[in-house]
Design a protein around this ligand. Structure first.
Ligand code: DX5
Ligand code: ZN
Length: 215
Protein backbone atom coordinates (compact mmCIF):
# COMPACT_ATOMS: atom_id res chain seq x y z
CA UNK A 1 0.00 0.00 0.00
CA UNK A 2 1.50 3.29 -1.09
CA UNK A 3 0.62 6.98 -0.90
CA UNK A 4 1.42 9.35 -3.77
CA UNK A 5 0.52 12.95 -2.87
CA UNK A 6 -0.24 15.13 -5.90
CA UNK A 7 1.80 18.32 -5.99
CA UNK A 8 -0.94 19.86 -8.17
CA UNK A 9 -2.44 21.11 -4.89
CA UNK A 10 0.88 22.41 -3.57
CA UNK A 11 2.45 25.87 -3.81
CA UNK A 12 4.12 25.99 -7.25
CA UNK A 13 6.36 28.83 -6.06
CA UNK A 14 7.90 26.53 -3.43
CA UNK A 15 8.05 23.10 -5.03
CA UNK A 16 11.24 21.95 -3.34
CA UNK A 17 9.82 22.68 0.12
CA UNK A 18 6.49 21.13 -0.87
CA UNK A 19 8.30 17.93 -1.90
CA UNK A 20 10.21 17.88 1.39
CA UNK A 21 6.89 18.09 3.23
CA UNK A 22 5.85 14.72 1.76
CA UNK A 23 9.10 12.85 2.48
CA UNK A 24 7.10 10.26 4.46
CA UNK A 25 5.08 9.35 1.35
CA UNK A 26 6.12 6.71 -1.18
CA UNK A 27 5.95 8.83 -4.33
CA UNK A 28 5.37 12.40 -5.43
CA UNK A 29 2.58 12.48 -8.02
CA UNK A 30 3.32 15.02 -10.74
CA UNK A 31 0.38 15.97 -12.97
CA UNK A 32 1.55 16.96 -16.45
CA UNK A 33 -1.23 18.70 -18.41
CA UNK A 34 -0.90 20.16 -21.90
CA UNK A 35 -4.12 22.18 -22.31
CA UNK A 36 -5.18 19.81 -25.12
CA UNK A 37 -5.84 16.40 -23.62
CA UNK A 38 -7.30 18.25 -20.61
CA UNK A 39 -8.40 21.89 -20.31
CA UNK A 40 -5.58 22.84 -17.96
CA UNK A 41 -1.85 23.49 -18.21
CA UNK A 42 0.76 22.65 -15.60
CA UNK A 43 4.40 21.78 -16.23
CA UNK A 44 6.61 19.78 -18.56
CA UNK A 45 9.81 17.85 -18.90
CA UNK A 46 12.35 20.51 -17.79
CA UNK A 47 10.44 21.05 -14.54
CA UNK A 48 10.17 17.31 -13.94
CA UNK A 49 13.92 17.04 -14.45
CA UNK A 50 14.54 19.72 -11.81
CA UNK A 51 12.06 18.19 -9.37
CA UNK A 52 13.65 14.75 -9.76
CA UNK A 53 16.96 16.22 -8.63
CA UNK A 54 15.59 17.51 -5.30
CA UNK A 55 12.71 15.18 -4.45
CA UNK A 56 13.16 12.94 -1.37
CA UNK A 57 10.80 10.40 -2.97
CA UNK A 58 10.61 9.11 -6.56
CA UNK A 59 8.37 10.96 -9.00
CA UNK A 60 5.15 9.41 -10.23
CA UNK A 61 4.48 11.33 -13.46
CA UNK A 62 0.85 11.33 -14.67
CA UNK A 63 0.80 12.51 -18.27
CA UNK A 64 -2.51 14.08 -19.25
CA UNK A 65 -1.19 14.99 -22.68
CA UNK A 66 -1.77 14.31 -26.35
CA UNK A 67 0.74 12.19 -28.24
CA UNK A 68 2.34 10.25 -25.37
CA UNK A 69 3.89 8.13 -28.14
CA UNK A 70 6.22 11.04 -28.75
CA UNK A 71 6.60 12.54 -25.27
CA UNK A 72 6.27 9.83 -22.60
CA UNK A 73 9.80 8.34 -22.78
CA UNK A 74 11.23 11.84 -22.21
CA UNK A 75 9.66 11.93 -18.73
CA UNK A 76 11.42 8.69 -17.81
CA UNK A 77 14.62 10.14 -19.18
CA UNK A 78 14.00 13.27 -17.08
CA UNK A 79 14.16 11.09 -13.97
CA UNK A 80 10.59 10.08 -13.14
CA UNK A 81 10.50 6.67 -11.47
CA UNK A 82 7.07 5.91 -12.88
CA UNK A 83 5.41 7.28 -16.01
CA UNK A 84 1.65 6.96 -16.61
CA UNK A 85 0.08 7.75 -19.99
CA UNK A 86 -3.59 7.82 -20.99
CA UNK A 87 -4.71 5.06 -23.36
CA UNK A 88 -7.23 7.49 -24.88
CA UNK A 89 -4.31 9.57 -26.20
CA UNK A 90 -1.90 6.84 -27.28
CA UNK A 91 -1.68 5.65 -30.89
CA UNK A 92 0.30 2.54 -29.90
CA UNK A 93 -0.01 1.89 -26.14
CA UNK A 94 2.24 -1.19 -26.26
CA UNK A 95 5.04 0.82 -27.85
CA UNK A 96 4.61 3.66 -25.33
CA UNK A 97 4.83 1.28 -22.36
CA UNK A 98 7.91 -0.42 -23.82
CA UNK A 99 9.61 2.90 -24.53
CA UNK A 100 9.02 4.06 -20.93
CA UNK A 101 10.47 0.82 -19.55
CA UNK A 102 13.41 1.03 -21.93
CA UNK A 103 14.33 4.30 -20.20
CA UNK A 104 14.34 2.47 -16.86
CA UNK A 105 11.06 3.71 -15.38
CA UNK A 106 7.96 1.84 -14.31
CA UNK A 107 5.23 2.11 -16.95
CA UNK A 108 1.52 2.56 -16.34
CA UNK A 109 -1.62 3.29 -18.33
CA UNK A 110 -4.53 5.44 -17.15
CA UNK A 111 -8.26 5.18 -17.84
CA UNK A 112 -10.59 8.19 -17.78
CA UNK A 113 -13.95 7.62 -16.05
CA UNK A 114 -15.69 7.03 -19.40
CA UNK A 115 -13.10 4.52 -20.64
CA UNK A 116 -13.68 0.81 -20.19
CA UNK A 117 -10.88 -1.38 -18.88
CA UNK A 118 -11.74 -4.59 -20.76
CA UNK A 119 -10.41 -3.56 -24.21
CA UNK A 120 -7.02 -2.91 -22.59
CA UNK A 121 -6.70 -6.05 -20.48
CA UNK A 122 -3.95 -7.47 -22.74
CA UNK A 123 -1.90 -4.35 -22.04
CA UNK A 124 -1.33 -5.68 -18.51
CA UNK A 125 1.53 -7.71 -19.99
CA UNK A 126 3.38 -4.46 -20.72
CA UNK A 127 2.93 -2.38 -17.54
CA UNK A 128 3.72 -2.15 -13.84
CA UNK A 129 0.59 -0.26 -12.79
CA UNK A 130 -2.90 0.71 -13.95
CA UNK A 131 -4.39 4.09 -12.98
CA UNK A 132 -8.16 4.22 -12.61
CA UNK A 133 -9.24 7.88 -12.58
CA UNK A 134 -11.91 8.60 -9.98
CA UNK A 135 -12.57 12.13 -11.32
CA UNK A 136 -12.47 13.61 -14.83
CA UNK A 137 -8.79 14.48 -15.28
CA UNK A 138 -7.84 18.14 -15.33
CA UNK A 139 -8.28 19.63 -11.89
CA UNK A 140 -7.65 18.94 -8.22
CA UNK A 141 -10.31 19.20 -5.55
CA UNK A 142 -13.15 17.44 -7.41
CA UNK A 143 -15.59 14.97 -5.86
CA UNK A 144 -14.75 11.27 -5.80
CA UNK A 145 -16.68 9.17 -8.36
CA UNK A 146 -17.74 6.02 -6.51
CA UNK A 147 -19.12 4.66 -9.80
CA UNK A 148 -15.51 3.92 -10.80
CA UNK A 149 -15.05 1.34 -8.03
CA UNK A 150 -16.35 -1.57 -10.14
CA UNK A 151 -13.55 -0.73 -12.62
CA UNK A 152 -10.99 -0.83 -9.81
CA UNK A 153 -12.37 -4.23 -8.86
CA UNK A 154 -12.23 -5.46 -12.48
CA UNK A 155 -8.60 -4.39 -12.86
CA UNK A 156 -7.64 -6.03 -9.56
CA UNK A 157 -9.44 -9.22 -10.61
CA UNK A 158 -7.64 -9.30 -13.97
CA UNK A 159 -4.28 -8.72 -12.26
CA UNK A 160 -5.01 -11.55 -9.84
CA UNK A 161 -6.01 -13.90 -12.67
CA UNK A 162 -2.89 -13.19 -14.69
CA UNK A 163 -0.55 -13.21 -11.70
CA UNK A 164 2.39 -10.84 -11.38
CA UNK A 165 2.97 -7.68 -9.44
CA UNK A 166 0.89 -4.98 -11.07
CA UNK A 167 -0.17 -2.07 -8.86
CA UNK A 168 -3.64 -0.53 -9.09
CA UNK A 169 -3.68 3.25 -8.54
CA UNK A 170 -6.65 5.54 -7.90
CA UNK A 171 -6.51 9.29 -8.51
CA UNK A 172 -9.14 11.94 -7.85
CA UNK A 173 -11.13 12.81 -4.75
CA UNK A 174 -9.16 10.39 -2.60
CA UNK A 175 -9.42 11.41 1.07
CA UNK A 176 -9.74 9.85 4.51
CA UNK A 177 -13.46 9.47 3.70
CA UNK A 178 -13.02 7.64 0.38
CA UNK A 179 -9.68 5.81 0.60
CA UNK A 180 -11.18 2.86 2.49
CA UNK A 181 -13.60 2.06 -0.35
CA UNK A 182 -10.73 2.25 -2.85
CA UNK A 183 -8.59 -0.15 -0.81
CA UNK A 184 -11.52 -2.48 -0.36
CA UNK A 185 -12.06 -2.53 -4.15
CA UNK A 186 -8.42 -3.53 -4.67
CA UNK A 187 -6.44 -0.32 -5.13
CA UNK A 188 -2.99 -0.28 -3.55
CA UNK A 189 -1.52 3.06 -4.68
CA UNK A 190 -3.43 6.17 -3.63
CA UNK A 191 -3.00 9.62 -5.15
CA UNK A 192 -4.26 12.48 -2.99
CA UNK A 193 -3.80 16.15 -3.78
CA UNK A 194 -6.12 18.46 -1.86
CA UNK A 195 -6.50 15.95 0.98
CA UNK A 196 -2.74 16.05 1.63
CA UNK A 197 -1.74 19.63 0.80
CA UNK A 198 -4.94 21.06 2.25
CA UNK A 199 -4.09 19.62 5.66
CA UNK A 200 -2.51 21.72 8.43
CA UNK A 201 -0.32 18.73 9.32
CA UNK A 202 0.82 17.22 6.00
CA UNK A 203 2.86 14.28 7.42
CA UNK A 204 0.00 13.62 9.84
CA UNK A 205 -2.49 13.45 6.96
CA UNK A 206 -0.25 11.05 5.03
CA UNK A 207 -0.07 8.80 8.11
CA UNK A 208 -3.84 9.01 8.53
CA UNK A 209 -4.46 8.04 4.89
CA UNK A 210 -2.04 5.14 5.21
CA UNK A 211 -3.74 3.92 8.35
CA UNK A 212 -7.26 4.31 6.95
CA UNK A 213 -6.35 2.46 3.74
CA UNK A 214 -4.78 -0.35 5.72
CA UNK A 215 -7.80 -0.98 7.86
C1 DX5 B 1 -6.57 15.39 -11.65
C2 DX5 B 1 -5.19 14.94 -11.28
C3 DX5 B 1 -5.07 14.52 -9.87
C4 DX5 B 1 -5.37 15.62 -8.88
C5 DX5 B 1 -6.01 14.98 -7.69
O1 DX5 B 1 -6.65 15.52 -13.03
O2 DX5 B 1 -4.80 13.83 -12.07
O3 DX5 B 1 -3.82 13.92 -9.60
O4 DX5 B 1 -4.23 16.31 -8.46
O5 DX5 B 1 -6.41 15.98 -6.81
P1 DX5 B 1 -7.44 15.64 -5.64
O6 DX5 B 1 -6.81 14.61 -4.76
O7 DX5 B 1 -7.60 16.96 -4.96
O8 DX5 B 1 -8.71 15.15 -6.27
ZN1 ZN C 1 -3.01 12.74 -11.41
Amino acid sequence: MQISPSILSSDFANLEAELRAIASADWAHVDVMDNHFVPNLTLGQPVVESLARVSPVPLDAHLMIEDPDRWAPGYAEAGAGSVTFHVEAAADPVAVARAIRAEGARAAFALKPGTLFEPYEELLDEVDMVLVMTVEPGFGGQSFMADQLPKVRAVREAVRRRGGEIWVQVDGGVSADTIGQCAEAGADVFVAGSAVYGADDVPGRIAQLRETAGR
